[in-house]
Design a protein around this ligand. Sequence first.
Ligand code: LMR
Length: 392
Amino acid sequence: MLTNLQQQPADALLALIKLHNADPRQDKIDLGVGVYRTDTGATPVFEAVKAAEKKLLEIQDSKAYLGPEGDMGFVHALMPYIFGKNDPSMGGRIDGMQAPGGTGAVRLAVALAKKAGIKRIWMGTPSWPNHAQIAADVGVEIKGYNHATKTGVADMQALRDAIAAAEPTDAIMLHGCCHNPTGIDYTNAEWDEIAGLIKAKGILPILDLAYQGLGQGMEEDAYGIRTVLAAVPEALIAYSCDKNFGYYRDRVGALYALAAQADQIGAILSNGSALARANWSMPPDHGGAVVRLILEDEALTASWLNELDVMRARMSEVRAKLGGAGTQGSVDFTPFGTQNGLFSIVPLNGEQVLAMREKHGVYMAGSGRINVAGLTMGNIDKFIAAVADVTA
Ligand code: LMR
């Protein structure tokens, strides 16, 4: 039977990691997978994480199973940051469970939506490629709409039309902040409108918050999801700590649900637990336990938030420099200056992306997406010159 299986292409984004590692050029630039980098190109472990890991090593006295919901102390400790310090459970209507990374949380959200009767999910195009892969694998139909206009703002008309065309058994997947791959987020006024439209239509929002704190700030980046949650009866929220705690390979995430009434949340999450049990049984413990230890300790929390501030400040500096480059070759870099988070799209075709890699040693996704954090004050001029060269 196994000979029926055809060779599958490697995930294009993850394959870039290997290609970049194999390139001997000293001045190569990795703008591929979304990890934060310092101005020297490093992705260090957060100091707060190191300190909490030491503490965990000392105090952890058992590795016995926790159950499919994982570390509920971790799940609850995050809630004030996501949903607001004032009544983070919205009167007991929100609760959650740990998941293996943001991907595990999205997978669980989509599977849970399907189990609840959702038939189709609306997604802005482009989106994080794994959103569509997960929906296809779970067996939910995808409906696309245009995410952004050529002038670098959200295409609100396309979104309005999509919501207007939605059916009662549809869901809509929205990026809470730091849109992946465009960096084009909704303004607060747009979120206000979106929340009203979703509420009026009665469709299920699935909100993916994978970069909180890497856009404008922890509170600012939560505006969209808090606004939607305040308006709608029900929602699913996929959360990732992989970026804002730098926990990428240890896979730290959570799924939250908002129930119409507090007495329904237990039943909803019991379905989440059943799905988790049949998929990964229970999430890896380590990262969630460490995040909990950080959030339970005032000094570690302050250190973590300070490190996030430093990351954000560096990314604004890079974005300001990019935005200030104006038009180079055929690319206008101006909008990059005001986009949000790790990503932006350089409008290059497949041949130009290949030329960036082969001729200039610049590694970026086939879509033209760059990880802005891969740019440093030492390599940004080379990157801009390479774009000018391949688009001349
Ligand atoms: C990315 O888009 O680069 C990240 O979310 C990493 C991933 O898993 O794709």
